[in-house]
Design a protein around this ligand. Structure first.
Ligand code: HEM
Length: 540
């Protein structure tokens, strides 16, 4: 009878593995699986043995061990549909490994090491494949590409409407219409005053620092700038973070929260287990986030907007839609605007300053272009192609979403073929990643990929021999769900960088670890950076 219990538990484990592997769907949650599995070994212990506690425990142990071994062997076996895709051993076996790396903020660098070792297509998880060939971009993000999957949808909460980022398909398409109106060419012009006002406040801080000769962490100041802009644009609220040095600690708590919580999206089943809801720091952060959102919304409702801001468009105050959006939906999207628009743009600004200050030839060329432009017209900026090239080159080397925006092969689709130099079949449920940090540094896409060369974006003598594959440059992602704030981010960057390089000479502070700074950049889907210490000197 003991043998029959052991045999029964082993068979049950194998049958369950086969069943869930075949019938796993989007709707398969951890609670459904646990509810289905939990009674089985106990029932078996009653049916084939005496139902005593020792028999039940034996049955559970053998059942769970069998399932675990069966899953692991299958993932390593030549029968797995991704068996032919090369990749590190541990990544094939469990996602826990790369999840751990993601929690350290170094995933983008480790992914690059993997691609350097295994080539342009790497199996980075049991059911995850990463591509860095330019030919994969349209297959993943293009018209017949892949939708967002659990990496995003798992973050929806049952008691709150999802924001734009967590939507897929038609729901995403409909919500995106409002966002598109908020960032249309006409809307962007309406935001000029906000950008000018916040840029002037930041320049006051820079003036003071230049006068006092103090060292400033310019990365932090840029975060204040982009946060104040997004706050004013989203909720018509002046947070005065630049002026107060973030005395209220808004940025600290938002960055703390997103950096801790976002990594978990790489392990959706843990998120699904709702463990997060019990962790004290998450409970506190969520409460603060909710209070913050409620304050922002009530101030916008009480005071109204001075301009057609993001709220105006998301709330559909112009009445363009059949149904007015719900207040909660707009609050969620307003918070998304602040989170998505703050550290992405500030990370890009820091990257430009970092590389330009490091490189005297680029610095000289940039300052000359800006000086000429100011001497033509001190008030209105003209075309600044070299500055745009410096921004593109910084976004190439240090994209603010360095590990990329994953997509998933939908269940029920029959799988997806990504073709290029190599044809790869991806089964349903596979997560697909294009890590921008590696894509942008792939020598097949960009010649001399590790060097900061703004000229590669211009048609000059220096750029000959530097022709790159333009489809491989996607810092704002690509396709229907790509960054809606792209045009606005460019505007913010041009506004502050042109004045910065015009008004000051910038050098790294004494003792600042120039080489080491890149290593301080951490990727938690949103990016954090270590202090970028510089000294500003006013120019005449
Ligand atoms: C240099 C600055 C920025 C960079 C590099 C950047 C990059 C990105 C990337 C890579 C995505 C992921 C898209 C995907 O899943 O395919 C994204 C999405 C998004 N970004 Fe940005 N972003 C920047 C600035 C901004 C700004 C200023 C805003 C203003 C609100 C913004 C709002 C959004 C929103 C709302 C989404 C979600 C779009 C959707 O789901 O349709 N971003 N961004």
């Amino acid at each position: 009878m003991t043998n029959s219990l052991a045999l029964g538990s082993i068979s049950l484990g194998l049958v369950n593995h086969l069943y869930w592997k075949k019938y796993e769907r989007d709707s398969t949650t951890v609670s459904i699986v646990v509810a289905a599995l939990l009674p089985q070994p106990a029932i078996l212990a009653f049916v084939v043995k005496d139902g005593k506690i020792i028999s039940i425990l034996t049955s559970y142990t053998i059942f769970l061990l069998t399932m675990a071994i069966s899953v692991l062997l299958y993932r390593m076996s030549p029968f797995h549909p991704l068996a032919d895709v090369p990749g590190p051993f541990f990544a094939r076996v469990t996602k826990l490994w790369s999840f751990y790396i993601a929690t350290t903020g170094n995933l983008q660098r480790v992914m690059k090491e993997w691609h350097d070792q295994y080539g342009p297509i790497v199996r980075t998880g049991p059911n995850e494949v990463s591509f860095i060939g330019s030919d994969a971009v349209s297959g993943v993000y293009g018209l017949n590409g892949l939708p967002r999957g659990k990496f995003y949808t798992i973050r929806r909460e049952s008691d709150r409407p999802p924001n734009l980022l967590f939507l897929t398909g038609q729901d995403h398409f409909r919500r995106r219409q409002r966002w598109n109106r908020a960032f249309s060419a006409e809307s962007l012009n309406n935001y000029d005053e906000i950008v000018r006002g916040q840029a002037a406040e930041l320049l006051d801080v820079f003036d003071q620092a230049a006068k006092d000769g103090t060292v400033i962490n310019i990365a932090q100041k840029f975060t204040y700038y982009t946060f104040d802009i997004m706050g004013e644009m989203s909720f018509g609220k002046k947070f005065e973070v630049i002026k107060t040095n973030d005395a209220a600690g808004y940025l600290k708590f938002i960055i703390d929260f997103t950096s801790k919580v976002n990594s978990l999206a790489w392990l959706p089943w843990v998120w699904d287990m709702k463990i997060l809801g019990f962790l004290p720091f998450v409970i506190n952060a969520k409460k603060r986030m909710f209070d913050f959102a409620r304050d922002c919304a009530s101030s916008r409702i009480d005071e109204g907007g001075s301009t057609k801001d993001i709220w105006y468009h998301l709330m559909d105050e112009a009445g363009k839609e059949k149904e007015q959006p719900s207040l909660m939906e707009v609050i969620e999207d307003g918070i998304l605007a602040i989170i998505a628009g703050t550290d992405s743009t500030s990370a890009a600004l820091s990257a430009v300053v970092y590389y330009v200050v490091r490189q005297p030839t680029a610095y000289k060329a940039l300052q000359k272009e800006i000086d000429d432009d100011f001497s033509r017209n001190p008030e209105v900026r003209g075309e600044l192609p070299y500055l745009s090239a410096c921004i593109s080159e910084a976004l190439r080397l240090l994209p603010p979403t360095p590990s990329g925006a994953p997509r998933e092969v939908p269940y029920g689709s029959g799988g997806k073929i990504i073709s290029g130099k190599q044809v790869t079949f991806l089964p349903e449920g596979t997560q697909v990643v294009i890590p921008l940090y590696s894509l942008h540094r792939n020598p097949d896409n960009f010649p001399n990929p590790e060097e900061y060369i703004p000229d590669r974006w211009l048609s000059t003598d220096k750029s000959s021999g530097l022709k790159h594959k333009s489809e491989a440059f996607i810092p704002f992602s690509y396709g229907q769900a790509s960054c809606v704030g792209r045009g606005f981010a460019q505007k913010e960057m041009l506004a502050i960088l042109s004045s910065l390089f015009y008004r000051y000479d910038i050098r790294f502070a004494e003792g600042f670890d120039v080489e080491g700074w890149e290593g301080t950049i951490k990727d938690f889907f949103t990016t954090t950076q270590g202090p970028l210490q510089v000294v500003l000197t006013a120019r005449n």
